[in-house]
Structure formats: C-alpha cells, structure tokens
Design a binder for this molecule. Sequence first.
Ligand SMILES: Nc1ncnc2c1ncn2[C@@H]1O[C@H](COP(=O)(O)OP(=O)(O)O)[C@@H](O)[C@H]1O
Ligand SMILES: [Mg+2]
Length: 283
Amino acid sequence: MTESASSTPEPPTPTPLVVARDVRKTFLHEGNEVEVLKGVDLQVDAGEMVSVVGRSGAGKSTLLHLLGTLDLPTSGSITYLGQDVTRLDAAGLAAFRNQTLGFVFQFHHLLPEFDALENVMMPGLVRGLRRRALKGRAQALLEEVGLGHRLAHRPGELSGGEQQRVALARALVMEPRLVLADEPTGNLDTATSEAIHRLFFQLNDRRGTTFLIVTHNPDLAGRMPRVVRMRDGRVEEDERRGAAPAPPRSEDDATATETDPATPETEASAANEAPATGVEAAG
Ligand SMILES: Nc1ncnc2c1ncn2[C@@H]1O[C@H](COP(=O)(O)OP(=O)(O)O)[C@@H](O)[C@H]1O
Ligand SMILES: [Mg+2]
C-alpha cells in the first residue's frame, strides 16, 4: 500500500509583488555626495504585511519613496510583477501609481476646497469611475476611520489627526495592491491608531492588500508578521515570524463587514491613462 503524496497539496507559491535589487541612493548635500541607501535588497510578496523599523536617518522614508516611484534610485532596480518601474516614462508612472499604489505619508495634501468625502473620492473621479459607486465606498471608508460625522467638512475644518485619517481613506479607496505607509498613525491617539491598524489587517485579510509600513509604534510592529530593520542605509535584519497573531476583534468589526464597499465599476477606457492623483500624498 502506498501513501499518496498528492494528499498533501503544495502551499501556494508566493508571488513577488515588488523586488528591490541593490538599490542605492545618493543625495548631494552642500556639495558633498551622501549615500543614504547603500545597496538595499528587498522582496515583498503579494499579500504580505511588512513593517520597516529603524532609527531616524536610517533611510526608511527614502526607501519608501523609491518603492513608491516618487523618486529614482541612483542605481539598482525596482520591479513590480516583473516590470522595472525605474524605466517607465512620466505617463506610465502616473498610471502605474494610480492603479497599484496607495500612499499614506506624513504630508497628506488634501485639496482644501473639497470636503472630506470628495477628497476621498478624488482618485476614483480622476480615473473616471462612477460617482455613485465611489461615494458609497468613500463614505464607508470614512466611517471605518471614525469620520462618519465629518463627511462634509473641508480640511481646514478638521484637526490634524482627522486630516490624516481622510488621507488614509483616500489612499485606500482605489483598493491598491500595495499600501506604502510612513508612520501612518504617528500622531494619532491610541484608540484611533488601533482602529486604523485593525483596518489594515482587515484589508489584508479580506482583499489580500499588501502593506509596507514604516512605524515606530511597538504595538503595530509587534503584530506584523514580518519586520525589516534598517540601519545606516542597509537592511540589517529581516525577520519573519510566521503566522501573525490575530488582531484584536472589536464590536465594530461587524459594522465594517456590512459597510464593506463594493468594487466600483470602471468606466471603460479611462483606467489605463489616469494622471497622477491626490492618492500620492507624498511628503
Ligand atoms: N533630499 C535629501 N537631500 C539630502 N539628504 C537627504 C534627503 N532626503 C533624506 N536625506 C538624508 O538621508 C538620510 C535618511 O533619511 P530618511 O530616509 O528620511 O530616514 P528615516 O526615514 O529612516 O528617518 C538622512 O540622513 C537624511 O538627512
Ligand atoms: Mg522617515
């Protein structure tokens, strides 16, 4: 009698979403070249939750900018699903960002003349999506970040933390494959930070959204299944902890499921030629 090997299915092969190879970045500072990234190799697979930690000045934000195609490496390559994005032209880059990336950076650049709801809808409007479908999604996201009561407020009528949450909802509204976040909850209170971290894990769980999050929050870093530690322009340590401990459940998870926004309909042609939008809240 032979045991059939086929009874144990192979685990699915992870798909590399983004691969950085020997990425270097040199800035010119007061006439001197300063090498800020000294050869970073990093692969992030689709569906991973990765945090990037390390002291101030280690190069975390610089790396995130390069991965976000907001700046070019001095040398090395960055490929998304096999495509080298350092070779795309401006229009190609803009379309790529709009379709693939969500940015949650410290400087969020909300549009002052639009209210919170419109700001969140903006990336979709720019891409030519239907207003009605977008509105529902935008509202659901704003509710998830605790701003259901601030939909009609303009940025000037919101606190800094509230503005940051609007920017977060805006970064998520297109359901990007990869969310690049630079200290996304850095200056929010504990309860709000908790809610946003929970949202990250929910999106990862439900939609397979990949997250790369620079954080000083020990609570969040401790919950991430993979932690990349940077030091002096290099990846010093890349720790995988296996299965992530489940994020704490809360009563509002049920609500979140109900309001889970449906994928908006794309209006035929617009999707491939979208200009860069408010999604890139880069600092
Ligand atoms: N545009 C720039 N010009 C010159 N130096 C820069 C520039 N951006 C960042 N740096 C320097 O690069 C180093 C790494 O910065 P950064 O990536 O912001 O680190 P981190 O996010 O880990 O605190 C710092 O020493 C910083 O001063
Ligand atoms: Mg930084």
